[in-house]
Design a binder for this molecule. Structure first.
Ligand SMILES: NC(=O)c1ccc[n+]([C@@H]2O[C@H](COP(=O)([O-])OP(=O)(O)OC[C@H]3O[C@@H](n4cnc5c(N)ncnc54)[C@H](OP(=O)(O)O)[C@@H]3O)[C@@H](O)[C@H]2O)c1
Length: 253
């Protein structure tokens, strides 16, 4: 067990799979009391048992984070069990893959609900808790995407929400100052999760070509731990972490 986050209380959304699970597991391994939020209670329970089996602390809370009452209940459960909140990781999100002219209003609204409204609701509840606790303050870490910089084809809702999350981070950083609340954003590139397994890849690491490299959730989690462990006066505001050969992001050739 490490000690970089010893004693901190953290909520990680989307902790049932992929990047969120990786962040929750590494936070717990660094000593955080980790609240795991997502819809699939069975998977959350497995992640929590794994954390506890390695000597960590975890509280699984099944929640559809697009629902206001579920978000309020998540933060109430955190307060009831741990008494405070030091770090919120807004990680839960979905990808979209559809030509713009084929996007229904429901498809659009579903992406906004989890990629934008859920981080808003969670951030609002986090601020309410963080400003009222002793000592006041905390951190909000958003999981964006390299799509907040360079879009993929046919992903208008995803790109729009990830650009929006960048704006939300900027606003939260500024408005959080008066409460000692620090906000930052991680932009991952290709990372093993349901985003990648849907393409048939089941393993992180090298693929057939240099540009097919897929990162592990732990690679991204290391950045989240670094952000969360800095002194409260210091902000690693934005981090882009991606496979070095991700050709279409940095440039041609
Ligand atoms: N993987 C990549 O290559 C990549 C690259 C850039 C950015 N990202 C970002 O990384 C974040 C995590 O995605 P991932 O790649 O790890 O994908 P993932 O494996 O599909 O994980 C998504 C997580 O979000 C949760 N979630 C989805 N809808 C939810 C809802 N309504 N309420 C509560 N939880 C919900 C899912 O849990 P339940 O289904 O159990 O609710 C799951 O735990 C996303 O914000 C994504 O945009 C991923």
């Amino acid at each position: 067990m490490g000690t970089q986050l010893k004693g901190k209380v953290a909520i990680v959304t989307g902790a049932s799979n992929g990047i969120g699970r990786g962040i929750a597991e590494m936070f717990a391994a660094e000593g955080a009391k980790t609240v795991l939020a997502a819809r699939r209670a069975g998977l959350l329970g497995e992640v929590a048992e794994g954390i506890k089996g390695r000597g960590g602390e975890a509280l699984p809370v099944a929640a559809d984070l697009t629902k206001e009452d579920a978000v309020v209940a998540l933060f109430a459960a955190t307060k009831a069990v741990y008494g405070r909140l030091d770090v919120l990781v807004n990680n839960a999100g979905i990808a979209t893959h559809r030509n713009t002219e084929d996007i229904s209003l429901d498809y659009w609204l579903d992406a906004l609900a989890i990629n934008i409204t859920a981080p808003f609701l969670c951030s609002r509840e986090a601020i309410r808790m963080m400003k009222a606790q002793t000592p006041p303050g905390g951190r909000i870490i958003n999981v964006g995407s390299i799509s907040a910089k360079t879009p993929r084809p046919d992903s208008l809702p995803y790109t729009t929400t990830k650009f929006g999350l960048q704006g939300m981070t900027h606003q939260l950083t500024m408005d959080g100052r008066k409460h000692n609340i620090v906000a930052s954003i991680i932009h991952p590139g290709s990372t093993l999760s349901s985003f990648i397994t849907r393409t048939g890849r089941t393993q992180a690491g090298p693929g057939d070509r240099p540009e097919d490299y897929v990162m592990t959730a732990a690679d991204v989690a290391r950045v989240a731990v670094l952000m969360a462990s800095l002194p409260p006066e210091v902000n690693l505001y934005e981090a882009t972490i991606l496979p070095n050969h991700a050709r279409s992001f940095i440039g041609r050739g």
